[in-house]
Design a protein around this ligand. Structure first.
Ligand SMILES: [Zn+2]
Length: 324
């Protein structure tokens, strides 16, 4: 399936934007690891099909996120219940009847898998992978998508490559299309997001868990990684980039995105210089994907088919070159 594909977005493009696809996320049941989601789709005239990805780009295993969805029901804009017809394990159709052009879908998502590629929430913080729980509307993937966050009061700081729709307001975020939404994790917690400049561009650092390193030390290393790699490629292809770090027991590994990356490491293992070097190597590897893997990529790795496995024989280059 050939289709238009772009993962490029600058914050400026979303400021003041409007959308006909809105995801509203509530966290009243975060202590039970539940996200309550309302998806509002406007301008609906025909029956529509919705699907949830079965995998996450950059992490190729089939994960069937639909198994974490519960209490799903649909109404029109007047609250009239609409029939959901399942077409496959991750896809269904909603018959559009009546005179409202709005469809609302409500459901909850059980977010209790702690990794760089899956969502988890608890009473203190949240790590959200939109592709885990944001249904795509078939044929409308190219439209802007807005995401509204209703956060508990102590969840002060939000880090994400999604762009604010209003200035200085991170409660309402936007993506130019569905691919960008899926490619933009969101990290929310009590600790501040740190800002720094590298190669003349704004970068942000957000940490979940207890960092074994000081913030100035981490920023110094990240600046060095950004500047060396930017020099290799002749500049940076984005207006802002977010480094998300997870320091949790047994954590190890990372996932790349166009304007962010997530890297996890077990903080208790970072006691000797070799292990610290391996951790820094991971950060450099994930950042190298800004180019190799994301913007320079095997043809199978974008546009993606979110409904099935996407095979490529090119990982030796898309991953191997980064490791080299
Ligand atoms: Zn990689």
């Amino acid at each position: 399936m050939k289709r238009y594909y772009s993962i490029e977005q600058s914050d400026e493009q979303l400021l003041g934007s409007s959308a006909n696809i809105h995801y509203v996320l509530r966290f009243d049941r975060a202590a039970a690891h539940l996200i309550d989601i309302q998806l509002r789709i406007e301008n609906v005239a025909e029956p529509i099909e919705l699907y949830l990805p079965v995998w996450t780009p950059g992490s190729y295993k089939i994960r069937d996120f639909i198994t974490n969805v519960g209490d799903l029901y649909a109404t029109d804009g007047n609250g009239k219940p609409l029939h959901i017809e399942w077409l496959s394990k991750n896809r269904f159709r909603i018959e559009h009847t009546g005179n409202s052009s709005t469809i609302e879908l409500r459901y909850c998502y059980f977010a209790h898998e702690r990794s760089v590629r899956t969502s988890f929430v608890n009473r203190w913080h949240a790590f959200l992978m939109p592709g885990n729980f944001c249904f795509a509307i078939a044929g409308r993937e190219y439209e802007p998508h807005h995401l509204h966050l209703h956060l508990p009061p102590h969840w002060q700081s939000i880090a994400t490559a999604l762009s604010p729709v209003a200035p200085n307001n991170t409660d309402k975020l936007g993506a130019l299309n569905y691919d960008i939404l899926v490619d933009s994790p969101i990290q929310i917690g009590p600790d501040p997001v740190h800002h720094f400049s590298a190669a003349g561009v704004l970068h942000q650092l957000s940490i979940l868990g207890e960092s074994p390193f000081t913030i100035p030390w981490l920023i110094e290393k990240l600046q060095r990684i950004v500047e060396v790699e930017a020099q290799l490629f002749g500049g940076l292809p984005y207006d802002r980039y977010v480094f998300m770090l997870h320091f949790f027991p047994d954590s190890r590994g990372g996932l790349e995105h166009a304007r962010s990356s997530v890297s996890g490491w077990d903080p208790d293992s970072l006691t000797d210089s070799e292990e610290i070097q391996r951790f820094l190597t991971l950060l450099a590897h994930e950042f190298f994907h800004v180019w190799n893997g994301k913007r320079i990529r095997p043809i199978e790795l974008g546009p993606f088919d979110y409904n099935r496995e996407n095979y490529t024989s090119m990982l030796w280059l898309a991953e191997g070159l980064n490791s080299y």
